[in-house]
Design a protein around this ligand. Structure first.
Ligand code: UT7
Length: 328
């Protein structure tokens, strides 16, 4: 390996959504038929979500991840055989094992890359990207595929209106390559396990049975407060690490959980709303997929240009959070 290649750079991106878009009105009508009251007005006012994409039974996290990965490889002009590291962030893996990263590897026809999953819920992509960057900077990989993919609809309690209207399914991927200049300029990952109870899916498969509660449960208000506090601190911390200020950020891509969180955070950080990439209105909260999906949308529609500085942020169950500052 060249001694000058000590940084990593995003050289391609791709994404994939299931084909079925479900509007708030469609979801509300379906829920009402089961005696659960919700409305487009409530969902839009509290979250900014207007629709979500939901996987049909049989559409797996790996199938969405594979499609997103193929697009990212094509965008980067990289052959699957060049990949020597695959990190996939998910909380809804196809199986207990093998990892979903290994399923993606097999489908792409890659042989020999290290492949593993990262479990940091909605912070998963930021965790995976930082891990891949560290591998490349340490000389342990040269070309990584980093994926966030979820079929979150599979762990929702469709009788809990406080959570089931908030989430959607999808996948996003990037190709990260060794480079002589950054690339990833700064990163910070954090967790506070003592806050595990505010967002969890505390079930398990053991002794041939599902034990515990296999559905996602959330204290929405506690998550909201925690998210804006930690993301504000984390954004300032990575900018300081890079010796830059918030005004140097061209595009801000926080985890797409709720439009109110995004706007509140942008205001706290004094980042103009025009610089915030928003996909939560169309995708809802896709957990580990939300940040790479939004990144891919904004690259493909021409907003994010080479040379732009992009601040990516994840936050979610664990409790986990993190930020990555990227020069495109
Ligand atoms: O990726 C993980 C990150 N997750 C998040 O970032 C979520 C953060 N939290 C939130 O986004 C918000 O807290 C929610 C959107 C989850 C909830 O908004 P809220 O303004 O905190 O509402 P609330 O939980 O205080 O509920 C207000 C009312 C309640 O009724 P009462 O008790 O006031 O009569 C709820 O029962 O809204 C009711 N409600 C609903 N009504 C219609 C809860 N869900 C619904 C619903 N439709 N779907």
């Amino acid at each position: 390996m060249s001694t000058s290649a000590v940084f990593s750079r995003i050289v391609g991106s791709g994404s994939c959504l299931p084909s079925r878009a479900v509007s708030n009105d469609q979801l509300a009508a379906e829920m009402r038929s089961r005696g659960i009251e919700t409305s487009d007005d409530w969902i839009v006012e509290r979250t900014g979500i207007r629709q979500r994409y939901l996987a049909e039974r049989g559409t797996t996290t790996s199938s969405l991840a594979i499609e997103a990965s193929r697009k990212a490889l094509a965008d980067a002009g990289v052959d699957a055989s060049e990949i020597d590291l695959i990190i996939l962030a998910t909380s809804t893996p196809d199986f207990v094992f093998p990892s979903t990263a290994c399923l993606v590897q097999a489908s792409l026809g890659n042989k020999g890359a290290a492949a593993f999953d990262v479990q940091a819920v909605c912070s998963g992509f930021v965790y995976a990207l930082t891990t891949a960057d560290s591998f490349i900077r340490a000389g342990r990989a040269r070309c990584a595929l980093v994926i966030g993919a979820e079929v979150f609809s599979s762990i929702l309690d469709w009788n809990d209106r406080g959570t089931c209207v908030l989430f959607g399914d999808g996948a996003g991927a990037v190709v990260l390559r060794a480079a002589s200049e950054p690339g990833i300029e700064a990163a910070e990952l954090r967790a506070d396990g003592s806050q595990m109870h505010i967002l969890s899916a505390a079930g398990n498969v053991a002794y041939g049975q599902v034990t515990g509660d296999p559905f996602l449960r959330m204290d929405g208000q506690a998550v909201f407060k925690q998210a804006v506090t930690v993301l504000d601190r984390s954004a300032r911390s990575v900018l300081a690490q890079a010796g830059l200020s918030l005004s140097d950020v061209d595009w801000f891509i926080p985890h797409q959980a709720n439009l109110r969180i995004l706007t509140f955070l942008a205001r706290k950080l004094d980042i103009p709303l025009e610089k915030v990439v928003v996909t939560v209105d169309r995708h809802a909260n896709t957990s580990a997929a939300s940040v790479p999906l939004a990144l891919d949308v904004a690259r493909r529609d021409g907003r994010i240009q080479p040379g732009n500085r992009v601040l990516l942020q994840g936050v979610g169950g664990g409790f986990t959070w993190g930020s990555v500052l990227v020069r495109m």
